[in-house]
Design a binder for this molecule. Structure first.
Ligand code: FES
Length: 159
């Protein structure tokens, strides 16, 4: 997995701007986490204690919220982010086997990135494409009726 880049002074300034823009919202933590991920591509570990202190909540609480939502990542993503639906409708048409095969082929588990930084694999729970499962998303684009051949092609193109 790629190392988390340094959270330097410029990064902290960006975080302070985000906090200033969001702290007065009702329930500011989620919008702040989204904005941080948007700005950095992930939520740097160093950001969480600063966010927690700013909002006067514990680090554990901030971390708990972040890990509850699968969209937030602690490490930078690969160039291609492949999300595979793990919800029921997709499971009923073979999503589990497809996910097992994909993890084995990439040699990584959920939330991990291949060593070459090419592909990050993430689970997702319903993409609204239930009638065309198994569903996937590749860098934000939906893929319906995903199968081994389709995913192989996508993964080859990502490298
Ligand atoms: S269950 Fe997979 S898209 Fe809805």
């Amino acid at each position: 997995m790629p190392a988390t880049p340094a959270f330097d002074a410029a990064g902290e300034e960006t975080l302070r701007d985000i906090l200033n823009a969001h702290r007065d919202l009702e329930g500011p933590l989620l919008p702040i986490l989204h904005a941080v991920q948007e700005a950095f591509g992930h939520v740097p570990q160093e950001a969480l204690p600063i966010i927690a202190q700013d909002l006067n909540i514990s680090r554990a609480e901030a971390h708990g919220v972040m890990s509850f939502y699968h969209d937030f990542r602690e490490n930078p993503a690969g160039r291609t982010v492949l999300k595979l639906c793990r919800a029921e409708a997709c499971q009923s048409v073979g999503a589990d086997a497809l996910a097992d095969r994909t993890r084995e082929k990439l040699g990584i588990d959920w939330h991990d990135t291949t060593a070459d930084g090419a592909i990050t694999l993430e689970p997702v729970f319903c993409l609204g494409l239930c009638a065309c499962g198994p569903a996937a998303m590749v860098n934000g684009k939906l893929v319906g009726r995903a199968d081994a051949a389709k995913l192989d092609k996508i993964l080859e193109g990502a490298r």
